[in-house]
Design a protein around this ligand. Structure first.
Ligand SMILES: Cc1ncc(COP(=O)(O)O)c(C=O)c1O
Length: 394
């Protein structure tokens, strides 16, 4: 048996389970836990989207669709990002409907990476990228962004580019920090990249959860569309995580290759979800139910931020997504020790920063995609826990 185990794909064997789930799984076995560890919106999917899904089943729309997704959905997706971000993609050749942003990321990396190539990733980073990159036998190169307000900059990129650099992951608004780059900051990076033979994988899954500014896509910078794969989806903006609908927007020569992978791997995204997604995009992000969700996140963000500041924790004010990433360095515990103690002593589940690479050590991630009531309870408990730790540390 040991021998057979050694015959498995060792790259896969060496990949660890996501650190995001470690604390969450412990919390699932306990009662009365305030769980702030997962990026799962607490709202139901909007009612008109649910109704469209139910209607699709009743109308027996349960067969395979075309591999790249229903024509009407690709057209709606193309109009949606044209209207919101000024991006122009041909729905016949440049858009794919995928199984969430997760499949879209996998398609992107497998299409552009070959063994030994390097991928620049700003860190702390969403843990979904590294395993997919390693499975391509490519090498993630993490850039520590903690000294630049958790923002990727043109000079940081420049310092890390080698002749093996094949791709840059551009993950804004960011999970786990909630940082957003301004149009000017993105333009500076665009200026650097426009003449380089480096692809950009722009993960924009949180693009509609930007609270003050307008989202600006790096692919809108002149000259970058040809080398960019824009990833988006409905999981976060429309509280549709379980429907599993994502998109890739990329030039035809890239989409053609991703299309093959997608066809062999999953055939197509779920038909019922695709019909529901058409309805979601028909209303865009203007529908009352979607607007209310965003307003609520905004309120919660301010509430949680203020509570953390009042507890004396150092924290960056998040501009997007629904996460916040306070420093716990002053307590002298590792992020994992802090999170486990917090769970056991105060019954609050958070994600240790080291789940987001070594550069997340010394921080914890809290998700505010929980009801205000839960957040209040969670913050009260955290406050007590922090106060007790502080008195021990004095
Ligand atoms: C940054 C980021 N990208 C991609 C995904 C995956 O999204 P989906 O659920 O649409 O696959 C997530 C999910 O949490 C995420 O946080």
């Amino acid at each position: 048996m040991t021998y057979l185990n050694e015959l498995l794909n060792q790259t896969l064997v060496d990949i660890e389970e996501s650190g995001i789930r470690k604390i969450a799984n412990l919390a699932f076995d306990m009662t009365d836990v305030v769980n702030l560890s997962l990026g799962q919106p607490d709202f139901p999917s909007p009612s008109y989207i649910n109704a469209a899904g139910i209607q699709a089943i009743q109308d027996n729309k349960i067969g395979y669709t075309s591999n790249n997704g229903l024509k009407e959905l690709r057209e709606s997706a193309s109009e949606y990002i044209q209207k919101l971000y000024g991006l122009s993609y041909n729905p016949q050749q440049e858009v794919l409907v995928t199984i969430g942003a997760s499949e879209a990321l996998d398609l992107a990396f497998r299409t552009i990476l070959s063994p030994g190539t390097e991928v620049i990733i700003p860190a702390p980073s969403y843990p979904g990228y590294e395993p997919l990159i390693r499975l391509c036998e490519a090498v993630p190169v993490f850039i520590d962004t903690s000294k630049t307000g958790f923002k990727l900059t043109a000079s940081l990129i420049n310092e890390h580019i080698t002749d093996k650099t094949r791709c840059i992951v551009f993950p804004y608004p960011s999970n786990p920090i909630g940082t957003v780059l301004s149009k000017e900051e993105i333009q500076e990076i665009g200026q650097l990249l426009k003449d380089k033979d480096i692809f950009i994988v722009s993960d924009e899954i949180y693009s509609e959860l930007v609270y003050e500014d307008q989202h600006y896509s790096i692919a809108a910078y002149p000259g970058l569309k040809e080398k960019s794969i824009v990833i988006n989806g409905l999981s976060k903006s429309h509280s549709m995580t379980g429907w599993r609908i994502g998109f890739t927007f990329a030039p035809a020569y890239i989409t053609k290759q991703m299309h093959k992978l997608h066809s062999y791997n999953v055939v197509c995204a779920t038909s019922i979800s695709q019909y529901a997604a058409i309805e979601a995009l028909k209303h865009g992000t203007q529908h009352k139910e979607v607007v209310e969700m965003k307003n609520e996140y905004n309120k919660r963000r301010d509430y949680v931020y203020q509570r953390l500041v009042d507890m004396g924790l150092e924290v960056v004010y998040p501009k997007g997504a629904f996460y916040i990433f306070p420093s716990i360095k002053k307590f002298g515990l590792s992020s994992e020790e802090f999170s486990i103690n917090l769970l056991n002593a105060a019954k609050v589940a958070v994600t240790p920063g080291n789940a987001f690479t070594e550069y997340g050590e010394g921080y914890i991630r809290l998700s505010y995609a929980s009801s205000m009531e839960e957040l209040e309870k969670g913050m009260d408990r955290l406050e007590q826990f922090v106060a007790a730790l502080s008195s021990v540390n004095i």
